[in-house]
Write a protein that binds this ligand. Sequence first.
Ligand SMILES: [Zn+2]
Length: 355
Amino acid sequence: MPKVKGARDAGAMVVILRIDARAWAESSSCNMITLQTARRYEDLLGETVAVSPYEYATLFEAKGWFARQRAKARFKLLKAIDPKLARVLHAGERVYYVSKGSLASTGEQFFAGQAVAYYVNLRALIFTTERVILMQIGSNLKPRQIVSELPYTAIRQVKATWTGFCEVVLSNGKKHRFSGMPSAERKFLRDFLEGVVSTPAPTTALAKKSDGLVHLCPHCFTGVPGWPLSCDSCGGGFKSARTAALLSLLFPGLGDWYLGHRRLAVIEMIGTAFLWLIFIIAPALAAAAGEAPEEIDAGFTAFSAVIVAGAHLIDAAVTHSFARKGHHPGKAPTAAPATAIAPTAAAAAPGLTAR
Ligand SMILES: [Zn+2]
């Protein structure tokens, strides 16, 4: 009876989809192959694979040698982001594809340098049943601080351009361009998203108002639109873009240190120290010793001031732009997220909940 069998299969699907991240992590203790125990992506296409939120058949579909190389790269990327992704995914959410790309804008590439802009803007792009998750990663593929999401309903069109960009056009008219994505993946994603984004996006006032791209709380991964300084769901703090920009204005590198881009901050501070040494400190010492020729004095002083002030201003602007890439984690959550509080504990301590 195919009808009954179909119904049972549908029921089984629902059961599988309901399994949450924790149950799936526990199931990995038996002999089933998991993403973390697999040594090659091919291992995950067999029969003895543990239940997971990943659609391995789609993730690692590869025909031909180059396609296998790319599937290997996706395997490496997924393995690196898997522990954090497990905390970001909703119950029942399935992952169909992962890729990576950089969101760097032309302005950032010009003012911050191509390498720095690429590094700060590198994202793992995770295509699920509900949304595109954008997870900031380092060049070693390890997750960094920022996580954002783009619901499929906010996407109007996806274009793969011959100039090497994957361009996502949102229903509010905004565009996000990803660079550094292999062209075969750009084409796959265009086709995949065209299938997903078949229904016209709602043009509600809310959809128009939002960027389409929503940044998630770095503590509990709830969507937090706008730029508040803390998360309503878990109470965790976010870094302030204004503070970051002011610190960089004071001394380039300080703002990036505050945001947690420590390596970049140290490089910037050393660079700034050199600027100060060459244009301010050395000439001042020379003038104090009476060694500077008077005729070039005024011109050189003005030139130095412009160079140094310019460096401070540009860094403040770039830091502000970097800070607005998403929510950077500030102070730890004051309370555990609502879902993590056991009901018995809350009932046993009414005094705590009253505050
Ligand atoms: Zn939160």
